[in-house]
Design a protein around this ligand. Structure first.
Ligand SMILES: Nc1nc2c(ncn2[C@@H]2O[C@H](COP(=O)(O)OP(=O)(O)OP(=O)(O)O)[C@@H](O)[C@H]2O)c(=O)[nH]1
Ligand SMILES: [Mg+2]
Length: 322
């Protein structure tokens, strides 16, 4: 059986399959469709094809460095083919993508067995941090966990209110400070509340910040430090909330946020609005960071644990003929 049909079998019947595939099927510009165009039935396996492949990968946000590595791996794996059929290209590439993502073991999400698990969401302005807090809160509540939301964005007017509304709607605990208050002190209050009230999951929202603003990035390092004094091992997870539409800037975001507050993974948002998604491979290749969750819409339920098989099928599969 080919790698791709094996992949198709693996994903069929998975419960969130439709949500993934629907999210991606809105686009006419997917990597899978472009790959089928450059292959055009039968393509000669030559330098010209490799160049087209490289461009197609870069257009899918895979980034120059990673695209170069993938093209070179493709060249090696396809050596025996004089002509390339569409199915061969898809098959060889799927396997290469798979190997790139699974190059080493992916650590599981960390949970604290001796108290609250603290999750810190960081990212640039508008990437989807606050709505991801709400989506995660709902998800953990549905799993029977006691959740508290902490309004660590004391900077943007209305930010605390926005999270408070979610807390009220979902019926979770909520901790906030005053506008302009040092966010680290709000997070400390959140940690203390969580310990005293048997909270399982403490979800900390933070203000949007540009990765090149040094003072704002050191504020994140401070948050990290104060939380670690309150609860052992905290923050147990620091996730970068990354808008899938940001393209290659996502790599720079991930690198700089990682150096300010060591990241454990990515929440990739707004995947419903992009045809690309190659950023997943690029970040894993360059920074070893796994994607933890993916959001595919504005509804509070539009969040899924990241499933690489389904992702791969969604970006590379021919959904019209699926
Ligand atoms: N279509 C779509 N929209 C989303 C998704 N996730 C978030 N959004 C929208 O993106 C906008 C910004 O989301 P927020 O959660 O407020 O972003 P934020 O990172 O907290 O923004 P700041 O606090 O200003 O930095 C909102 O209109 C969300 O509804 C998604 O997966 N799909
Ligand atoms: Mg926000």
């Amino acid at each position: 059986m080919s790698f791709f049909s094996d992949l198709k079998n693996k994903i069929s019947g998975k419960k969130d399959q439709n949500q993934y595939l629907d999210g991606f099927s809105k686009t006419n510009n997917s990597l899978g469709k472009k790959l089928r165009i450059i292959t055009g039935g039968n393509a000669k396996n030559d330098e010209e094809f490799l160049e087209k492949l490289m461009v197609t990968l870069i257009e899918a946000d895979i980034g120059y460095k990673t695209a170069e590595k993938i093209t070179s791996a493709f060249n090696k794996e396809s050596r025996d083919f004089v002509f390339l059929r569409q199915d061969d290209v898809i098959d060889i590439l799927s396997e290469i993508f798979y190997k790139f993502y699974h190059k080493d073991d992916i650590e599981e999400i960390k949970y604290n067995n001796n108290g609250p698990t603290v999750i810190l969401l960081v990212g640039v302005n508008g990437s989807g941090k606050t709505s991801s807090c709400a989506k995660l809160a709902k998800k953990y509540q549905d799993e029977g966990k006691k959740v508290c939301l902490v309004a660590g964005d004391t900077f943007r007017a209305g930010a605390t209110e926005q999270l408070k509304k979610w807390a009220e709607k979902l019926g979770t605990a909520f901790v906030c400070g005053k506008d302009g208050q040092d966010p680290s002190s709000v997070l400390v209050d959140g940690c203390r509340y969580a310990k005293e009230n048997d909270i399982d999951i403490l979800l900390c929202d933070t203000a949007g910040r540009l990765q090149n603003k040094v003072n704002l990035m050191s504020e994140l390092s401070k948050m990290h430090k104060v939380i670690s004094r309150e609860i052992e091992g905290a923050p147990h997870n620091v996730w970068l909330v990354l808008d899938a539409n940001t393209g290659q800037n996502g790599i720079s975001q991930a690198m700089l946020f990682d150096s300010a507050t060591q990241l454990d993974g990515i929440i990739l948002t707004k995947m419903d609005g992009t045809s690309k998604g190659g950023i997943v491979i690029a970040i894993r290749d360059l920074l070893d960071l796994p994607v933890r969750y993916i959001t595919l819409g504005e509804s509070v339920e539009a969040i899924n644990e990241f499933d690489f098989d389904m992702y791969l099928y969604s970006v590379i599969g021919d959904l019209n003929n699926a």
